[in-house]
Each structure stands twice: as structure tokens, then as C-alpha cells.
Design a protein around this ligand. Structure first.
Ligand SMILES: *Cc1c(COP(=O)(O)O)cnc(C)c1O
Length: 397
């Protein structure tokens, strides 16, 4: 057996890693360097939309690598145009900026909101953000994040944020009462890192209306819940609304790093040449991965699959934990599911892995399941079979 306890003497100590080193994967299964098999209910944190070694994605990426990987944005990148056109069609919005990660997409959204304000003569623009939110780990995005653990040690934080609770339109109105510096409202449709906390559809519609009345940008971070995971392309679409700004990343490239900011008519013209840019953003390989991901999700009916298989998974979990005092709530939508326990449960990532299942725990006490959208009903049942005994044992029967 290869020892992996001390396998990272040269990388910075930024992650609490499990003593597992993965070697290869197929579909929703992974194998470690010792040949042990795991069912992957984490998908690289909601990244591997198509699972591992997908038979349609791999040849397309191989083709692209042999043609062009990177050219810079000094030139037109045809794959960018293709992917942007598709994202515009799916979102009902109008223009796209490409970058490489989620925090970069959110950073661009925050810059858009500030410039939107400055263009209107607001010198000190303020942006409404939410409790328990997670938007990334750059100085600006960690300031927007509603988690002191993420912020601790990195002050002074960026100013210009107003924090409000989830799903409370009264609190949003009260906290912004008479404030002429507000330019935008910014949240995740379903908070991911914060513990799989959904915004209610009714609240989304109320905020959309308020933003219209006050001339604020509605900015929805779909980095984790977007790209088909909930059964619609973007989770806010369940509420029938369209945002003004929508950052994407994670699942967009099925594992190839890519981020994007999609903007509607109110925000699409704010950036002018020289205002924003990034070297890697939208390179031919990353945008090809995005184009192919969307094509395969459409061809293979994976939105419908996420909704149906996710529904089955949720129903099975609810049945298994019904009346169990240690499980406080099971929530989410499609293939984004959180199981909240009555006590901190970080140790479950190792215990589940010992039972052949990869999961994560967020917000200390929420088991997060975000498997690939190719998950079958039989594989969903297998997740339940591997997870439930581990959780019940942890909770004491
Ligand atoms: C993961 C995540 C981010 C940050 O993305 P990175 O690619 O890690 O920078 C931002 N917002 C949400 C909702 C996320 O889940």
C-alpha cells in the first residue's frame, strides 16, 4: 500500500485532506492509487458535471488540445463566441465575460456593480450581501462572504457591503431604507458552502421586483447551484426570474477550469476596453469544454435526469432518516442535497470514504451531496446504501 499521510511535503498547508490519493475514474466511480473503488457523490465539489472519463467529452478535449490550448485575448476566440451564444440562449441574458474560477467571476460581478454606481454618479456604491454566503477567497469576495472563519486573519475587509438574512424581504427593505448608495443585491440561489440553504421562489420574485423599482442590479451567484444541477440550467429559473448579472464556474467546464459572468441588458455595456480582463479567461480549451458540456447535457437529457434522480435520492434519504432526532433537515433541489445533523459531523467525510463513498461536510454539520449529473437511479440507491449506515452509526443507532 502506498503511504499518503506524508505525501505533500512541498505544497502549502491550505487543505485538510483525507489520506486518499485518486488515480482514475469512470462515470461516478473513482479508484485510488491502491486500487480501492469509491462512489463519487462530491464530483470535485459540484465540478465534474459529466463524471469522469466521459466518452463524448474526452475525445472533444483531445481534439482541442491538439489544435489550440491558449492564444490570449488579443485575438478573437471562436469557442468563446460559441459558448457565449449558448449561455445567452439558456439564460435569457445578453453578454458574457470569461475568466477561470468562481471567485474571479464574482470579483468581476462586484466590479460591474461598482462601475454601474459610478456611472450613475454614486461615489461610494454599496452592495447587499447575505448571512452564510460564500463567494470566494480573494480579498473582495471574502469580504462579501458571510463567514467569519473565511475572513479571519485577512482584514481590513473591503467596505461597501450591507449584510442581510436570507428569505426576509422586510429585513432587506429595512437595511437599505433611504440609502441612495445601494447599487446591487448579490446572493446564491442555493447557498453551497453555507450549508445548502435555498432562497425561496417567492423571495426571489420579491427581490427581482425591488431591484426593478430601485434601479439596483440583481446579481445571482450560480457558481455552485447552476449548470443544470437542480434540474434547470440555473437554479433561479425555478422562480421564473432573470437576473442582471450571473457568475458561473464550477460545473461549466466539467473539470476544466472556467468561469463566466453573464450579464443582462442593464449590465452588459458597463465594462469598456481597459476596465477588466484576464490572461487565461475564455481560452480555446476551457471554452471548448464549456461548449461540449452543454451539448452533452442537452443531448443526453441530463437536466431531466438531475431532477428525476435527485428527487429519488432526496425521497430515499427522507424515508431512511424519518423520525430520526439526529437529522434536523434534508433540503436542496435536484442533485444538490444537504443533510443537516444536530451535531458537527466533519468526521463523516473519512467514515463515508471508509465505506466507499466520497461526500463533503459544509457549515460544520451539513452533509453535502453534489454528484455528477449522469448519476443513474441505481447509483443513487447505492449512495443511500453506503451513506445511511455510516450516518446512523455516527448518530448512535
Ligand atoms: C466555489 C464557489 C465560489 C468560488 O469559486 P472558486 O472557483 O473556488 O474561486 C464562489 N461562489 C460559490 C457559490 C461557490 O460555490
Amino acid at each position: 500500500m502506498a503511504s499518503i499521510e506524508a505525501a505533500s511535503p512541498h505544497t502549502m498547508n491550505t487543505y485538510g485532506r483525507l489520506p486518499i490519493a485518486l488515480s482514475h475514474g469512470q462515470g461516478v466511480r473513482l479508484w485510488d492509487v491502491n486500487g480501492r473503488e469509491y462512489l463519487d457523490a462530491l464530483a470535485g465539489i459540484a465540478v465534474n458535471t459529466l463524471g469522469h472519463n466521459h466518452p463524448k467529452l474526452v475525445p472533444a478535449l483531445q481534439d482541442q488540445v491538439a489544435k489550440l490550448i491558449h492564444t490570449s485575448n488579443y485575438y478573437h476566440v471562436p469557442n468563446q463566441e460559441k459558448l457565449a451564444a449558448k449561455l445567452v440562449e439558456l439564460s435569457g441574458m445578453s453578454n458574457v465575460f470569461f475568466c477561470s474560477t468562481g471567485l474571479e467571476a464574482n470579483e468581476a460581478a462586484l466590479k460591474l456593480a461598482r462601475k454601474y454606481g459610478h456611472d450613475k454618479g454614486i461615489e461610494r456604491p454599496e452592495i447587499v450581501v447575505y448571512e452564510k454566503a460564500f463567494h470566494g477567497r480573494s480579498i473582495a469576495t471574502l469580504s462579501a462572504t458571510g463567514n467569519e472563519k473565511v475572513q479571519k486573519g485577512f482584514g481590513p475587509l473591503v467596505e461597501g457591503f450591507i449584510r442581510v438574512p436570507l428569505n426576509d424581504i422586510g429585513a432587506l427593505k429595512a437595511k437599505t431604507e433611504g440609502n441612495r448608495n445601494v447599487v446591487a443585491v448579490f446572493f446564491e440561489t442555493i447557498q453551497g458552502e453555507g450549508g445548502v440553504n435555498p432562497m425561496r421562489a417567492e423571495y426571489l420574485r420579491q427581490v427581482r421586483q425591488l431591484c426593478d423599482e430601485r434601479g439596483w442590479l440583481l446579481m445571482i451567484d450560480e457558481v455552485q447551484c447552476g449548470m443544470g444541477r437542480t434540474g434547470k440550467w440555473f437554479a433561479h429559473q425555478w422562480a421564473g426570474i432573470v437576473p442582471d448579472v450571473m457568475p458561473l464556474a464550477k460545473g461549466l467546464g466539467s473539470g476544466v477550469p472556467i468561469g463566466a459572468v453573464v450579464a443582462g441588458p442593464r449590465a452588459a455595456g458597463i465594462f469598456q476596453p481597459g476596465n477588466h480582463g484576464t490572461t487565461f479567461g475564455g481560452n480555446p480549451l476551457a471554452t471548448r469544454a464549456g461548449v461540449e458540456t452543454i451539448r452533452i447535457v442537452e443531448e443526453d437529457g441530463l437536466l431531466e435526469n438531475a431532477e428525476r434522480v435527485g428527487g429519488r435520492l432526496m425521497a430515499a434519504l427522507r424515508r431512511e432518516f424519518e423520525g430520526h432526532a439526529g437529522v434536523t433537515e434534508i433540503r436542496g433541489q435536484g442533485l444538490m442535497i444537504g443533510i443537516e445533523l444536530a451535531k458537527p459531523c466533519g468526521v463523516l467525510t473519512q467514515k463515508a470514504a471508509d465505506n466507499g463513498l466520497l461526500i463533503s461536510v459544509t457549515a460544520d454539520n451539513v452533509i453535502r451531496l453534489v454528484p455528477a449529473l449522469i448519476l443513474t437511479e441505481a447509483e443513487a440507491d447505492e449512495i443511500v446504501a453506503r451513506l445511511v449506515p455510516v450516518v446512523k452509526d455516527f448518530l448512535g443507532g
